[in-house]
Each structure stands twice: as C-alpha cells, then as structure tokens.
Design a protein around this ligand. Sequence first.
Ligand code: ZN
Length: 577
Amino acid sequence: MDSTLTELPNVMKFNDFVYQRPEMAYLKEEFHNLLEEFRNAGNAERQDEIASDVNALRNNFSSMRDLASIRYTANTADPLNQAERAFFDEHNPEFEGLTNEYYKAAIQSPYRNKLEQNWGSQFFRLAEMRLKTHSPTIEGLMQEDNALSSEYVKLIASARIYFEGKERNLSDIDTFTSSLDRNLRKMAMEAKYSFFEKNAGTLDTIFSNLVKVRTVAAHKLGYKNFIQLAYDRLGRTDYDEKMIASYREKIRKLLVPLVMKFKEMQAQRLEIPKLKYYDEAFKFHSGNPKPKGDKNWIMQNASRMYNEISPETGDFINFMSETDLMDLENRKGKASGGYCTYMPDFKTPFIFSNFNGTDGDVKVLTHEAGHAFQVYNCRDFTIPEYYFPTFEAAEIHSMTMEFITYPWMHLFFGEETDKFIYLHAIGSLSFLPYGAAVDEFQHHIYANHDISSQERKKAWKSIEKKYLPHRDYDGIPFLEQGGFWQQQRHIYQRPFYYIDYTLAQVCAFQFWAKFNENHDLAWNDYMRLCKAGGSRSFLELVDIAGLASPFNNGSIEKVVTMVEAWLKGKHEKMNRL
Ligand code: ZN
C-alpha cells in the first residue's frame, strides 16, 4: 500500500477523473439565463454571485475540453479520443462566443467600478481587448486562418525523408546534427532541406494566404494592418510596436557580437576552421550531455530535487506524482511535443512530454514544471482569466525554474553537469538574437502585406545578416535563398508570439542573478510572482517580482555583464572537454 496516499485521503488519480461531454444546448440556455440575471441584477454583490455561476459553467467546459485533449494526445489512434477532440474543435467557437457575451455584460455593467475593485483591472483590460479583436464579421476568416495553420502543421508532419537506409521524419533527421561525423551532419541537413525545397511552392502559398486572411481581418476590424491586431490578441496592454523595435535594436547591438564570439569558441573547441550551419548543434567532441538514467530514475531524482528546493515545490511534485498528472514517456500513438495545461474542475495542472534520452527530458521537468508550479499556486483563484498570465509573463516562471534547478543538475548529469549548465546558459543568451530576427521579419511582412514570396525571402536574408551574421549555410540552396524561417512553426501558427520568449528570458536571467546572490530572498520574489498568476499585466508582474522591465535602459546590458562574468574562465575549461 502506498503510505503517502493514506495521508492524503482526498487525492483523486488522473485515471479516475470523470469525463462528460458538455451538452451544448443546455450550456447555452444556462449561460443565457445567467447573463439575463446578470444584466438585471440590482447591485455589484449580486452580479459578483452570478459571475461565480458563469465561471463554474466556463470552468466545466474548459476542464472537459482539456481532459479530452490530454486523452487524445496520449493516444491519438483511439477513435473515442478522436471523436471527443473533434467535438471540441467544432463547438469551441460557440463557447468563445458565449464568453464574449459575458465580457460585454461585465464591461457594460453599471456597477463596473465596484466589480473592478473586487476583480482587479486586468480582467477588464483582457475583456476589452478580446471584444476589440473578435467579431462575428471575421469568424469565417478566423476559420480559414485555422485551416491554413493546420495545413502547414500537416505538411511538416508528413515529411518522410529517405536517409542512411531508412525513411525518417524531420525530428529523426535532426538527431544527426549531433553526429561526430561532420560529413554525415552535412548530408543530413541537405536531405532535410531538400524536403523544404520540394515543398517551397506550397509553403509559400500557405503563408501568402495566411498573410492575406490576417490582413483582411485587421482591416475589417478597423486596424491599419495585422500588427496591432496581433498585439491586442496577445493581450499586450503595456507596450507597443515602437518599444519592441528599440528593444530589438538593443539585442542586436549588445548580443550579436557576443554570440559571434561564442560561435568562434565553439569552432575552436571542435577544431574546425569555420562553423557551418550543420555544426551548430554539435557542441563537444565528447558528445552532448545526457541524463544518466531512464524515466523512473529521472523522476526519483526530480522528486528529491523539488523536495530539497523548498517545501512548496516539494508539496507540488509529491502531488503531481501521487495523482499521475505527468505523462512523460514516449509511446507509440502519442502526439509529439510537450505542454502544461490546467483543469480547474479538478484543480490540477497536467504535464505532457515525450522523453527520448536527451537533456531535453530534464528540461521538461524544469521548464514545464515551472508552468505547472505557477498554476498549482493559482488553483484557488475565482477568476479563470487569472489562472495563467499572458505568454511573455508565463514564460518567466518556466525559464526561471530552469535556472533555479542548476545546483541540482548533478543529480541528472553526473560528471557532465558543467557541460550541461554551460550549454544551457550560452544557449539561453544566444537565443535572443534569433528571437529578435523572427519578430522583425514578421513586422516587415505584415507592414508590407502585398510583397511577393521572393521578396519575403530576400527580407529574411537581410534580417538574418543583421541578427545572425555568423550563419554559414555552406551552399544548401533552400537556406541560401532565404527559406530558413519556413520551418519556424510560430510564424505560421502563432504570429508575433515569438518575442515573448525573449522578454521572459531577459527576466529569467535577472532571477538567476538574484538566486546567485541570495537564494531565500530570490525565492520569496519568485513565489510572489507565481501566486500573482495572471491577475496583472506583464509589466505589473515584472514589478511584483522585483525585476527591471526588459524595455528599460540598462536591463539587457546588466544581463550581458552578469552572464559574461559567470562565463569567465569557463570557456577554457570547456575547450578541454
Ligand atoms: Zn513555456
């Protein structure tokens, strides 16, 4: 018998979660009755009570939707799972429509001031943004947008490349980038990009249509172009296009020369005259660091780590393990990738991944667990909008957790720990110019929405020169012609999201410095941030955490100085490995 379970009598395991498909007719009727009551309520207190009932309906729908989605990704081949997933694909827009009606009623409430005092302003900011960016007049365009994005995802997933005696998909091919044989690395990349070359026409057409659909939607809603519509959809309430442009410029000035230096050092370490694109993922002659055991071994060590970090993380990991809220192993039929989600009816996060024996397995347990830890701390929020913050804020929790766990990485990587941490720190910093390049490219595209596919590729090439001047594609045609961006899923599927990772990364670096200075004080700041969830806007949350805004003068400088000081002496040591 499991002794820990007897101490926690009310804990329900994931397999016991009861799924029930929402009855749409009933949901709509209930929702409309409540909204009617809400509009006719005589005071803020009554509206507050009715809002709780509305939120209960919303929580139930989203919990069932997420439960269905988890079961589908855990076993995509099961027809029952497919059917439930299809049900939500079909009915989610109706549910979103109901939520919009609720937002409208809340915004128009005569007791709005009182409600705002109780609920906070962030709810109203998000509701206003949502109504501004959604309208029945663009529903068809949004469906088209979704269909085009899915077409892209399907095309990429369909890739079958015959290489080294076997048919392989794109992620199989990518594993050759860490091969010791340089020629094999080069051939693998040539094979990979011949798939893109072959499909260049389709990739261009899908993207042209996406740009068109998004631009028409923006015009219909009264925007000049898609850029501000995308910002509003992402809930960006406290920064604009101009601030982002000068932030990118700081990244270019401060980080591009540094990343060039890192790449030169990598070439020296690998004893090659110049680093080519197919060498970039190959870090050490002795191989890239790997965890020293299987999934169960990794989980035992993760449990020890989180119980040592703090009582809060200890409770969290014990709860996640005892209730089976992590599906980590790679299995046939599982969807690819990793994610963290939250089901309010069960008050539980869920972590999904596909362990494959690389350092990425440990990264799931730090990054996705950072997201899950935040939402676990927000499980008593009564306003669903506040479970998760906007993306740039949400990634602070996860990226910071990657740094907080550095002192425990020896549990996973043994004698390769220094290698792992060195690569992680350098990789996190080197990511910033690439993130800025992806962002600048999208601004260029949507500000000039009618340029040709050829001109787009030219634009990418010149942006690439600016942010990634070290890149040497060594004659691979598709890449030489400016096609690299077509493998970046976010550009197709999640427009303008990418810069969020960089904003969060600058914040996470600041947290790392704090943790190096005083672990206990830093932990208090981190907990305060986690507990605030999505109840505030990005810059308000940054302030709550005691961090400097990434837009402030000096913020990026400080990060660079800190990481460079930390790296002092480490490069030479790494060159001997
Ligand atoms: Zn994340």
